[in-house]
Design a protein around this ligand. Structure first.
Ligand SMILES: Nc1ncnc2c1ncn2[C@@H]1O[C@H](COP(=O)(O)OP(=O)(O)OP(=O)(O)O)[C@@H](O)[C@H]1O
Length: 219
């Protein structure tokens, strides 16, 4: 569903930080993306989310070649992808509930259609009692869970998560990992960028390892 062929990325005039990346994210697959700090995990997540363009190479997302795609079409394609950024990107003037409901609101859904789904998901991620507060008063871990809930509420075909357990304690990290596994069983492809060795050891999943700009894949 996402295909990279000989993709390279450089920022400005610098040297390439990603080189000759060739891989596919298959439907219903589960993979970790790992590698040392600065190896380019976040950059690769941004390429997968189409918020960054490669310097060279081919990227096909849901069978569409990104180099020829009209800019106006990107939001529609992105709606099939849920993303959890490292910096959460919650809107501070909306409550936790409203942040999670936002992707449904922007596509014109009526609150009566989604209210109970949003509440259930918030409870699942342990934010049942934080629904009506604004993000600035949430802890780092709570913000992270709100960002995860927002990424999941649309039941995306692909979930991209950048260090989704970076701000939570180990029991909650295991719970979130179970949530990702459940989601994967329901059909979503999952890509989790992480340094967290303990997390990696809990699932026998494909590992995509970035080092020195190159990607090695261990199935
Ligand atoms: N917008 C940017 N402009 C210039 N250089 C950038 C930009 N974003 C990232 N870089 C550089 O690209 C390299 C890869 O960064 P990236 O954030 O993708 O790595 P990472 O593996 O996610 O790191 P970490 O695990 O520390 O979050 C780094 O050397 C970084 O300084």
């Amino acid at each position: 569903m996402i295909r990279f062929e000989n993709v390279g990325l450089r920022y400005g005039m610098g040297s390439e930080i990603l080189r000759d990346l060739t891989f596919q994210i298959e439907p219903q697959s589960f993979q970790f993306l790992t590698g040392p700090s600065g190896a380019g995990k976040t950059s690769l997540i941004r390429l997968l989310f189409m918020s960054l363009r490669p310097t060279r190479g081919l990227i096909k997302v849901f069978n569409r070649d990104l180099s020829v795609i009209d800019k106006q079409e990107l939001p529609k394609l992105r709606r099939k992808i849920g993303v959890v950024f490292q910096d959460f990107r919650l809107l501070d003037h909306l409550t936790t509930y409203e942040n999670v409901a936002l992707p449904l609101r922007v596509v014109g859904k009526d609150e009566s259609e989604y209210r109970s789904d949003v509440i259930d998901l918030l409870k699942w991620v342990g934010l049942g009692d934080r629904m009506h507060v604004l993000p600035p008063v949430l802890s780092g871990g709570e913000k992270q869970r709100a960002a995860i809930a927002r990424a999941l509420i649309t039941r995306p075909e692909v979930l991209l998560a950048d260090e989704p357990t970076g701000n939570v304690d180990p029991p909650l990290a295991r719970r979130l990992l179970r949530l990702f596994i459940e989601l994967n069983k329901l059909g979503t492809s999952v890509v989790i960028a992480t340094h967290d060795i303990a997390l990696l050891e809990q699932v026998d999943a494909r590992r995509m390892v970035l080092a020195d700009g190159r990607l090695s894949i261990f199935d």
